[in-house]
Design a binder for this molecule. Structure first.
Ligand code: GLA
Length: 362
């Protein structure tokens, strides 16, 4: 067992399939090259020290008594608690956290932090390492039960399973992950920051300031948990377990805004399948149309867009993008654009491509 390791976990871009993960639906994310790094050194005792020096932030706690806490400290303490609860025998450690994914940006630095912390803690311990999906679920519990955001499994699976040149078709009913070649020819994908952060964004991951006591960015805008409740309520009224079992006709029987929420999820699942088909046929223009349709549905039916996001979508379209849509939980963050051959990358936009998933270096 090594006495020190460096864990890296990437953020993600979701090509399409938004707000489907907690509805047992489909999504098509890929891991990006930016992410969170955690360097771990095994300690002598049973303490865990966490430092994010670029933020002047630190924490220290006993393995046996990690919490509960909220805010930035909830990530490492939650990681220790959840790994131990899952049967991993952890060693004390000193953890140094740094990151390159902007907080609250819709690129999932919270999942990257959770995954990197878990891999680093396990890397210096004589511990059983949970399998991919099991580890994704542990990370998601950190976010749900410690950080306080009722997010699904999209971000954690993307961070753990990412592959070069491929997106991941994830079926959240079966938790089957199928890599899909992201051959875009001379087209490219870019992200452009709307400049708006999730309303409750707090300190996290080593990327930004904050008091370390706020909700954590995993705490999405309040609207996120509200959308989740609306989807659950729609299921309750229709007598089904998840929106995966609902048709457009059934959704039409719901009162507003639940009908519109359900319609988004149903059509978004269809768009994921259509995107997989368009990619395999090399019809990249159609991928662009599907991105636009996804954005319209997120704006009009799911109502997670904002004026800043709309301006950013328009900027990308005006610059020549053949498709553009909000990514992540919504209410701010980054917009994804599909840029055709011969069109310059718009000012401020950053090219993104699929990279490998989380990894450990000794
Ligand atoms: C956030 C959550 C994910 C997912 C997306 C919306 O990124 O963390 O679980 O629900 O929003 O698709």
């Amino acid at each position: 067992m090594p006495s020190s390791v460096t864990a890296f976990a990437p953020g993600r871009v979701n090509l399409i399939g938004e707000h489907t993960d907690y509805n047992e639906g489909l999504a098509l994310p890929f891991a990006i090259t930016d992410g969170v790094t955690v360097h771990a050194r095994r300690g002598d005792g049973a303490r865990v020290d966490v430092i994010a020096s670029d933020l002047n932030r630190h924490d220290s706690f006993e393995l046996a008594a990690p919490g509960p806490v909220r805010g930035w400290r909830a990530f490492a303490r939650g990681a220790v608690a959840e790994l131990q609860a899952a049967g991993s025998k952890l060693a004390g450690a000193k953890l140094e956290v740094s990151g390159t994914v902007p907080e609250g940006s819709g690129l999932s630095s919270s999942a990257a932090l959770e995954v990197a912390l878990c891999l680093a803690l396990l890397g210096v311990s004589d511990a059983r390492v949970p399998e991919g999906i099991a580890l994704a679920k542990i990370c998601s519990r950190i976010e749900n039960d410690w950080v306080g955001a009722r997010t699904g499994l999209l971000d954690q699976i993307a961070s753990l399973f990412g592959e070069d040149d491929r997106a991941l078709r994830i079926d959240f009913r079966t938790l089957e992950v199928s890599p899909v070649s992201l051959g875009l020819g001379d087209y490219s994908l870019v992200t452009l920051d709307s400049g708006q952060r999730h309303a409750n964004a707090g300190a996290r991951g080593g990327e930004s300031g904050g008091d370390g006591e706020s909700g954590g960015d995993g705490a999405q805008a309040p609207g996120y948990n509200q959308r989740r409740e609306e989807c659950a309520r729609a299921c309750e009224l229709l007598g089904v377990d998840s929106l995966r079992d609902v048709t457009v006709e059934m959704a039409a029987r719901l009162p507003d805004p639940l009908a519109a929420r359900a319609r988004h999820v149903i059509t978004e699942n269809e768009r994921v399948e259509q995107t997989v088909a368009a990619l395999s046929a090399g019809d990249i223009e159609h991928v662009g149309e599907l991105l636009d349709a996804s954005h319209q549905s997120l704006r009009d039916c799911f109502e997670v867009s904002t004026p800043a996001v709309e301006t950013t979508v328009k900027t990308l379209h005006d610059a020549g993008a053949v498709g553009a849509r909000i990514i992540g939980g919504g209410f701010g963050g980054h917009v994804l654009g599909l840029i055709p051959p011969g069109v310059a990358v718009p000012e401020g936009a950053v090219a993104v491509q699929p990279g490998p998933g989380a990894r450990l270096a000794v």
